[in-house]
Design a protein around this ligand. Structure first.
Ligand code: XIL
Length: 351
């Protein structure tokens, strides 16, 4: 390391470090273990894609290939081939693998959405799925999103109407819900796996997301009070370059920490768009603003004990789930570093 530092000083090269190197060299106190990115195995034949992700990040999540629809496309037949590719990529490159996800109300196979199932059938299907997936990745995943996006977007923030919400009572007639069922099955299948609930519009407990954020906090607290196993929460953070609720994110992460839970920022991207209430025109200044916001959020995670993972949803603008031309990620369409990379490295190296 000393040699490397000396070399960079001599050659005047700055920014030669990557996020994962800089994180492992942090001398200050932080509990943050991961700087991660979602990856899609569909791009693994592009060496540049693979190298950039494995050079910079020490955690990956499969963008789609571990979801219910990918793993159990046909009822009762499990296919882990694509999800395994991402887990193997992580192992080959000494990265952590984060599982996403075992239960979600959308993008499910039609046999599940259109089948004629009773509440107890759904319990059986859900328990079987969660158990089989957790078994398969025993010891390989640092965390699993057991349930994704269950809470509605407006008051009274009930559970969204979806296939899984047909689960209303367990076999003994005791009131339950699909979230409890999924988390209980997961703990039973792999007592060592860290079990997460993951959602969007819940990162800040202040400002416009306060309502849904409080609802999620109350749901998670109720799970703990009732003895339903959960180890952490994922704050997705699909937000924009103008996001200004960082204090509220810190306060929110702290209240989960006070419950003894871990927080992962799981799907961060900072869109610049003229749509959906955003008012953003891409420019050098905007790139600078975006970079500073990435850095501020990273610092918030490093500073907050509960926050153990800082992860973006993809890493290059070439392959984002968001619309082309919205520039949401730290690397541009050609895998060149945007200003975000330097700003984030400054935070990590200065920590
Ligand atoms: C998205 C993927 O990025 C897309 O490729 C896919 O078509 C839909 O799902 N919240 C989540 C992620 O939890 O799984 C979603 O990923 C983005 C929103």
């Amino acid at each position: 390391m000393k040699l490397l530092l000396a070399t960079s000083i001599l050659t005047g090269v700055s920014g030669s470090e990557t996020f994962r190197d800089a994180l492992s060299n942090i001398s200050g106190k932080t509990t943050t273990k991961y700087v991660g990115a979602a990856v899609n195995e569909g791009f693994f034949d592009d060496a540049h894609y693979k190298e950039t992700s494995s050079d910079y990040y020490n955690l990956v999540t499969a963008e789609n290939s571990c979801k219910f629809s990918a793993v159990q496309k046909t009822q009762g037949t499990f296919d882990f081939a694509s999800c395994d590719q991402v887990a193997q990529f992580a192992e080959d490159n000494d990265m952590a693998f984060r599982g996403h996800n075992t239960c979600w109300g959308v993008y499910n196979p039609s046999w599940l959405d259109n089948g004629n199932f009773t509440s107890s059938d759904f319990v059986g299907i859900l328990e079987n799925h969660v158990t089989t997936v957790l078994d398969h990745y025993q010891g390989k995943a640092v965390a699993w999103d057991i349930v994704n996006e269950a809470i509605s977007d407006s008051a009274p923030y009930d559970f969204k109407a979806n296939t899984w919400n047909n689960i209303t009572a367990d076999a003994d007639g005791i009131n339950t819900n699909y979230i409890d069922v999924a988390f209980r099955a997961a703990r039973k299948a792999d007592p060592n796996a860290k079990l997460f609930y993951n959602d969007y519009n819940v990162a800040s407990s202040q400002g416009w997301s306060q309502g849904k954020s409080d609802a999620m906090y109350n749901m998670v607290k109720s799970m703990l009070d009732r003895g339903v196993p959960i180890d952490g929460v994922g704050l997705q953070m699909h937000v924009g370059t103008g996001y200004d609720l960082v204090d509220g994110v810190i306060a929110n992460m702290e209240r989960y920490g006070a419950l003894g839970l871990e927080v992962h920022i799981t799907e961060l991207d900072l869109v610049c768009s003229q749509k959906n209430g955003y008012d953003c025109v891409w420019s050098d200044d905007m790139e600078q603003q975006q970079g500073e916001l990435y850095a501020t959020l990273l610092k918030a995670c490093l500073d907050t004990d509960a926050c153990t993972n800082f992860e973006t949803w993809g890493f290059t603008d070439a392959h984002s789930w968001l619309e082309d031309g919205t520039h949401p990620l730290p690397f541009d369409e050609n895998y060149n570093q945007k200003k975000a990379v330097g700003s984030m490295l400054d935070i990590l190296t200065g920590y």
